[in-house]
Design a protein around this ligand. Structure first.
Ligand code: HEM
Length: 401
């Protein structure tokens, strides 16, 4: 797609997180803003703010009175399904409905429920690695490991968990691309995620199983079944929140290892470092930036935030704030104290964090065991997604040794 976004004149007064220059230079932009203009502004998207200090990002995340979750993806329009439920509960819900919608999901995401997925995830990673080895044996020297590895792992877990066909991976990725990278291509209903979900939910209602869609179809709030919009919104949320995010974290971990022989060596020869390495991947390459709609006028850091404005919550920038982390700009593989905010802060903290950690751990363990030595084929050929979920989308590597 050709980019039609106007160039950014000044990141402090005209930022655009959808611009390709942002995807390419995000960390430098955060550092510059944090030192010069810690809460940036833009007139784009009908008015939006962009804080970069951990303290401000935490304060906004925890203030559910002034900052509503009714909208969490910044768009030109404002969301049409109002709080307290919003269009994708619980992420778009405000109190008191939020805790009801969130508690419905917890059964599926407890540590015990998630641990049961370990063999399936490991099997998926090993199958993908076997396919890559077959390509190498057939003479391929450069393999795009975003396309051949990282993107498939969360897709197959989410499909299994929801009881949807694994082969619909491309369909899911199409929905994610349209929603998160705002291609501006609004599909007709028959090609939309709503249509896809309505069709599958209707089928499931007449043939219930033990998957998450069947569970939501049978869940209730004080004896009343969930509204159709609630069921559809939550499933859509899981497809978006469960795939793009983890795919990005795994890809970023591999991107890092491809460029750091020292960290590859430490991972392989000192396995005790692996748990801290995984948390450092999540801190240093945190993929998710959320947003809030300002519900009531408020002044923060001297900035007059008006009801109806957006504010972004760039958790990745909070994770690089030197006020919050020692050597914030360094990847420290054995960082002992690492209270990062990759999974958010406040009441909306990620429900899927146990699953995300499990997927990232197994993906990295299996990859590093199979390919302890690899490097970027061409650093300039690596591409990153734009928008609120940031991760490598093309990652060609060469295998060494
Ligand atoms: C590395 C991977 C992931 C990252 C970095 C991540 C990050 C986040 C963040 C930052 C939030 C907070 C949103 C806010 O404050 O508005 C969030 C919420 C959420 N995430 Fe994740 N996520 C990941 C994977 C997953 C997975 C695998 C699932 C489920 C399959 C999931 C489901 C959710 C849900 C349901 C919420 C909403 C919670 C609520 O509103 O109470 N996430 N995630």
């Amino acid at each position: 797609m050709t980019d039609v976004r106007p160039p950014v004149a000044d990141w402090a007064t005209d930022f655009d997180h959808q611009h390709p220059d942002y995807a390419a230079n995000a960390t430098e932009i955060w550092d510059e803003l944090r030192d010069g203009c810690p809460i940036a502004h833009t007139n784009r998207y009908g008015g939006a703010w962009f804080p970069t200090r951990h303290e401000d990002i935490a304060a906004i995340s925890k203030d559910v009175v002034h900052f509503s979750s009714q909208g969490v993806v910044v768009t030109e329009e404002r969301p049409d399904i109002p709080a307290p439920m919003g269009y994708a509960p619980p992420i778009t819900s405000d109190p008191p409905f939020h805790s009801i919608a969130r508690s419905i999901m917890l059964k599926f995401f407890s540590p015990k429920a998630i641990d049961a997925w370990e063999p399936t995830i490991r099997e998926t990673c090993r199958r993908l690695i076997a396919d890559i080895k077959a390509k190498i044996d057939a003479g391929e020297t450069t393999i795009d490991i975003a396309a051949n590895y990282s993107q498939h792992i969360p897709v197959s877990v989410m499909a299994d968990m929801l009881g949807l066909p694994r082969q619909d991976g491309d369909v899911f990725r199409g929905f994610i691309h349209n929603i998160m990278e705002q291609t501006g291509e609004e599909p007709p209903y028959e090609e939309s995620m709503d249509f896809y979900l309505d069709t599958h939910v209707a089928k499931r209602r007449s043939n219930l199983g033990d998957d998450l869609i069947s569970y939501l179809c049978q869940a209730d709030i004080e004896g009343m079944p969930l509204l159709d919009e609630h069921v559809r919104g939550t499933i859509g949320l899981l497809i978006i929140a469960g795939i793009d995010t983890t795919w990005s974290a795994i890809g970023a971990g591999l991107w890092h290892m491809a460029q750091s022989p020292k960290d590859r060596d430490r991972w392989t020869n000192d396995p005790s470092v692996q748990p801290t390495a995984l948390e450092e991947i999540l801190r240093f390459y945190a993929p998710v930036t959320m947003a809030r709609l300002i519900a009531e006028d408020i002044e923060l850091g001297g900035c007059p935030m008006k009801a109806g404005d957006w504010t972004l919550l760039p958790f990745p920038a909070a994770n690089r704030d030197p006020e919050a982390f020692e050597q914030a700009d360094k990847f420290v593989i054995d960082r002992a104290r690492n209270r990062h905010s990759a999974f958010g802060l406040g009441i909306h903290r990620c429900v899927g964090s146990n699953l995300a950690r499990l997927e990232v751990r197994i993906a990295m363990e299996e990859w590093m065991a199979a390919f302890p030595d690899f490097e970027l084929a061409d650093p300039d050929a690596v591409t990153w997604s734009t928008g609120q979920v940031r991760g490598p989308r093309q990652l060609p590597v060469l295998f060494l040794g």
